[in-house]
Design a protein around this ligand. Structure first.
Ligand code: SAM
Length: 329
């Protein structure tokens, strides 16, 4: 899977992510992004996720979704966006669907004004209430635009942190079940170097599943090859639940994610500190062969498995890693 970040900026400042207020130097143009996707598809990447920062802040998002459609003939199968949903109006959702977007994942970490404000880094509870209302409206807009949750085209992401929003596990599951949407519970990760992560903040995926299963019994479905999420089915027919256990059950061995920042730096791992700058192959002119070769080299040489080694690397010996909002999650 190729995760392409369109912007490092976000309209929220969730403390566990802490985005930059500004873009990095040298943002890629539409043509350059298209060339990157084309090169990745030629190398066998068949799934594209557009992310950020907040991808809906980027005015060219719909144009890019439309521009990559011809690459379906070359092997591109799925185009997805991860968003906090705040800017997803009915019109924008419809335009994205018309442009050929297959899937939308919306992030929401709580079901109350207080929990949303806390998780999103908002000072006022009233801002939490507004944010919650807008995200719930975004879910409605996405469904109305044709993103069908029953076909996995609309999902919810929630990062869970101990003593911050773990009391939202059951309410979030209830909300998702009511909406008919798969909820993906994510263990808080130590991405970047400024989110103040500690192991104590992590609610293990097994505990999250147990908490929810005590309300609605679950059947395990396992984790698909190259997938990040282990999935479960509600025994009462209430849909699906997923957990992303990158801390307690890392899956480096079959990770297939290539991440490219908004300014064209490619990272083979979410926890990498050094990336490969693709701009020499993108400017002053795009060199398709050189671009393919650079991505193939980076991919062929990757040895990252930080999540599996985490416990054995002292925190002070960890090279300064790239930030989540820059890498795009
Ligand atoms: N702004 C968009 C959004 O909110 O979905 C896209 C970018 S965001 C970096 C992608 C996903 O990463 C979100 O679901 C977010 O909650 C998650 N995320 C950010 N920081 C995280 C962390 N430290 N641990 C686990 N997940 C994190």
């Amino acid at each position: 899977m190729l995760r392409l970040s369109l912007t490092a900026r976000c309209n929220l400042a969730c403390p566990y992510c802490l985005p930059d207020g500004q873009e990095p130097e040298g943002l890629l143009s539409l043509e350059q992004r298209l060339a990157v996707v084309e090169a990745a598809v030629a190398l066998g990447f068949h799934s594209l996720r557009l992310t950020g920062g907040e991808p809906l802040l980027h005015p060219g998002l719909t144009e890019l979704v439309a521009a990559v459609q011809p690459l379906r003939r070359a092997g591109l199968r799925q185009i997805a966006v991860t968003s906090n949903g705040l800017l997803l109006t009915a019109e924008r959702a419809w335009k994205l669907r018309q442009a050929g977007l297959d899937r939308l994942t919306i992030s929401l970490d709580g079901t109350t004004a207080t929990s949303v404000a806390r998780m999103a880094g908002l000072k006022e509870t009233s801002a939490g209430a507004q944010t919650l209302a807008r995200v719930l409206a975004a879910i409605d807009h996405a469904r109305a635009a044709g993103f069908d949750p029953a076909r996995g085209e609309l999902k919810l992401n929630a990062v869970i942190q101990r003593d911050r929003n773990d009391n939202q596990l059951v309410p979030l599951a209830r909300l998702a079940r009511h909406q008919g949407v798969e909820l993906r519970l994510i263990e808080a990760m130590d991405v970047g170097s400024r989110n103040g992560w500690t192991p104590q903040q992590v609610v293990p995926a097994a505990e999250m599943v147990q908490t929810i299963a005590s309300h609605w019994p679950l059947l395990p479905l396992g984790r698909k090859a190259h997938g990040t999420a282990s999935r479960w089915r509600y025994r009462d027919g209430g849909g699906h639940l997923a957990v992303v256990a990158s801390i307690t059950a890392p899956f480096c061995g079959d990770c297939d994610r290539l991440r490219i920042t908004a300014n064209g730096i490619a990272y083979p791992c979410l926890f990498a500190s050094v990336g490969t700058d693709l701009r020499p192959q993108l400017q002053p002119a795009i060199q398709p062969d050189g671009l393919r070769a650079a991505i193939a080299r980076l991919w062929g040489e990757r040895t990252d498995r930080y999540s599996e080694e985490r416990g054995s690397i002292p925190t002070d010996q960890r090279a300064s890693p790239a930030e989540m909002a820059v890498l795009g999650g």
